[in-house]
Design a binder for this molecule. Structure first.
Ligand SMILES: Nc1ncnc2c1ncn2[C@@H]1O[C@H](COP(=O)(O)OP(=O)(O)OP(=O)(O)O)[C@@H](O)[C@H]1O
Length: 462
C-alpha cells in the first residue's frame, strides 16, 4: 500500500558513527530518522514529538538506556523500543526486553536482523494502536473477496462458526488470507466490540514468548521493575489470534495448553491464577500432523486448537477469483491514493493475471496490482503491462511472444531498453524478497552496495 507518512524512528546512541550508519541503512528503507546523542536528549525529543520506534543504546554516558526505559514507563510514553548492545552486555539486553523493550540487537547490527526487527517492532506498535482503535468500537470490516467454491465454503463456515466460541485452526500457505479469515471470525462474533489481539509466535524469541503471552509481575526477574500485562489478559472478553502457531516452542506449547484447559493464566513470577475469557484462533502454514510425528508439536494441543479446521487453498487452485481480487484491490487503492484513480484492467490483462504462478498467493497479487497501478502509463492496464511487471506467467500456460516484440519496439535505443528492463527486474526481485536487501542481492548475484545504487538510481520505493 502506498502510505503517505513514513514511520519515524529515533536513533539514540552516544557514538555518532553508529548513529549515522543506522541512519543510512534505515533511510534507504524509507524510514524517517531522527538522532539523539544521549538519554536526556532522547527523552526531550520523545516528549516533544511523536515517534513510531526507538533504537536505544544501553551503555551511554549520563542517563543510560535502562534509566531512559524506566523514565519512559513512568511518563507513560509508550512506543516500541529496540535495545542496542555491545559485546558482553547481552544479559542486560535480555533484561531490558523484560522491562518492556521489544527486542535487542548486537552492535554492529547485522543488516538482515536489523531490518526484520525494525519491521516487527513497527508492526507491533501498529497492532497496539489498532487494538486501541478496536476498543473504541470503530468497525474495521475485513471482506473476503472471491466466488470460487473454496472461498464460498470458507465464508459459509465463518458465518456458522463465528457466533460460537469454538476454536478454529486456519491452515494455508503464506499470503493466502489466513489472518483475514481470523479477523472475519472475530468481526462476525459476539466479541466484535472487544479486542482482537494477534501474537506472531514466529517473530518473538522463545525466551520472551512466555512473558509476552502471560505477562509478568514486578520483580519476577532481575530488572522487571514493573508489572506487564500479557496478550491473554489483553484479549480478555475478545479474541486471541495465535499466528504461526507451528513455530511455537514445546515449552510455550505446554503453557498454552494449560491456559486453554483451565481458562486461567499466571503471570511469570506470579502465584495468583487469573481467569481469562478468551476465544482462541490459531493459524499455521505448517502441516501440524507432520510436526506431531516429528515431535515438534504436541498432539493434545493440536486437538484442542483444531475444533473447526479451515483450510485456505493457494491462489493457483482458485484462479477464477483472480479478476475479482485484482479489480477490488485497484478500487481499494483508488480510495486511498490518487495515482490509482480511473485505472482499470483490460480483459486480456485479467486473463494474463489468471495464468500467472502466484507463489506468494494473494499477498503477491496485491503487490503486483499496486505496481501495475503505479507504473502502467495509460488508464487501462494492458496485457503487455502485466507481462512486463508481473513476471513470467505460469509455466503451464501457453503464451505467444507478442508482448516481448511490443516491448522491443517500445525503446529506441539500447540504454533506454536496458534501464527499463533493469528497473522492472530489480523492483520485481525486491518485492519478491519483501525488500530484504541482503536476500535480494544474494538471490540475483550482486553486491548489496550495488543493489542500493540501483534503488537510488531508479528512485525505487517500497
Ligand atoms: N480473499 C481475500 N480477499 C481480500 N483480500 C485478501 C484475500 N486473501 C488475502 N487477502 C489480502 O492479502 C494479504 C495477505 O493476507 P493475510 O495476511 O491474511 O495472509 P496470511 O495467510 O495470514 O499470510 P502469512 O501466512 O504470510 O501471515 C492481506 O493484505 C489480505 O488482506
Amino acid at each position: 500500500m502506498v502510505s503517505s507518512a513514513k514511520p519515524r524512528i529515533l536513533v539514540t546512541d552516544d557514538e555518532s558513527s553508529i548513529r549515522s550508519a543506522l541512519r543510512e541503512i534505515l533511510e534507504f528503507e524509507q524510514y524517517e530518522i531522527s538522532e539523539a546523542a544521549s538519554g536526556d536528549e532522547a527523552f526531550e525529543k520523545l516528549q516533544a514529538e511523536s515517534f513510531d520506534l526507538l533504537l536505544l543504546d544501553i551503555k551511554m554516558k549520563g542517563m543510560d538506556g535502562f534509566e531512559l526505559l524506566e523514565k519512559l514507563n513512568e511518563a507513560r510514553l509508550q512506543l516500541p523500543v529496540i535495545m542496542l548492545t555491545g559485546h558482553g552486555t547481552i544479559e542486560m539486553a535480555v533484561q531490558a526486553t523484560r522491562l518492556g523493550a521489544f527486542d535487542f540487537l548486537q552492535k554492529p547490527p547485522d543488516l538482515n536482523r536489523l531490518l526484520i526487527t525494525v519491521r516487527n517492532a513497527l508492526d507491533k506498535g501498529t497492532l497496539v494502536k489498532e487494538n486501541r482503535k478496536m476498543r473504541r468500537n470503530i468497525p474495521q470490516l475485513s471482506e473476503i473477496i472471491g466466488n470460487s467454491e473454496a472461498i464460498q465454503h470458507i465464508k459459509s463456515t465463518i458465518a456458522k462458526v463465528a457466533p460460537t466460541d469454538a476454536r478454529v485452526l486456519i491452515t494455508g500457505e503464506n499470503g493466502t488470507g489466513k489472518e483475514l479469515v481470523a479477523r472475519s471470525l472475530h468481526e462476525q462474533s459476539r466479541r466484535s466490540g472487544e479486542p482482537f489481539v494477534e501474537v506472531n509466535c514466529a517473530a518473538i524469541p522463545t525466551e520472551l514468548l512466555e512473558s509476552e503471552l502471560f505477562g509478568h509481575e514486578e520483580g519476577a526477574f532481575t530488572g522487571a521493575v514493573s508489572q506487564r500485562i500479557g496478550k491473554f489478559e489483553q484479549a480478555h472478553g475478545g479474541t486471541l489470534f495465535l499466528d504461526e502457531i507451528g513455530d511455537m516452542s514445546l515449552q510455550a506449547q505446554a503453557k498454552v495448553l494449560r491456559a486453554l484447559q483451565e481458562n486461567t493464566i499466571a503471570r511469570v513470577g506470579g502465584t495468583e491464577l487469573i481467569r481469562v475469557n478468551v476465544r482462541i484462533l490459531a493459524a499455521t502454514n505448517k502441516d501440524l500432523r507432520t510436526e506431531i510425528q516429528e515431535q515438534q508439536f504436541r498432539e493434545d494441543l493440536y486437538h484442542r486448537l483444531n475444533v473447526i479446521p479451515i483450510h485456505v487453498p493457494p491462489l493457483s487452485d482458485r484462479r477464477e477469483d483472480i479478476p475479482l481480487l485484482a479489480r477490488a484491490f485497484l478500487r481499494q487503492m483508488a480510495t486511498k491514493d490518487i495515482v490509482f484513480e480511473g485505472k482499470s484492467f483490460s480483459d486480456e490483462a485479467l486473463e494474463k493475471l489468471q495464468r500467472h504462478d502466484w507463489t506468494g498467493n494473494v499477498r503477491e497479487l496485491h503487490n503486483v496490482v499496486e505496481r501495475l497501478g503505479i507504473l502502467s502509463g495509460g488508464a487501462v492496464i494492458t496485457a503487455e503491462d502485466v507481462e512486463l511487471m508481473a513476471g513470467p506467467v505460469s509455466k503451464s500456460a501457453t503464451d505467444g511472444n507478442q508482448g516481448m516484440r511490443d516491448l522491443l519496439e517500445d525503446y529506441p535505443d539500447f540504454q533506454s531498453f536496458k534501464d527499463a528492463t533493469e528497473l522492472i527486474f530489480v523492483k520485481y526481485q525486491l518485492d519478491k524478497y519483501q525488500w530484504n536487501i541482503s536476500q535480494t542481492a544474494d538471490a540475483i548475484g550482486i553486491q548489496r552496495s550495488h543493489l542500493y545504487n540501483k534503488i537510488k538510481k531508479f528512485n525505487l520505493k517500497r
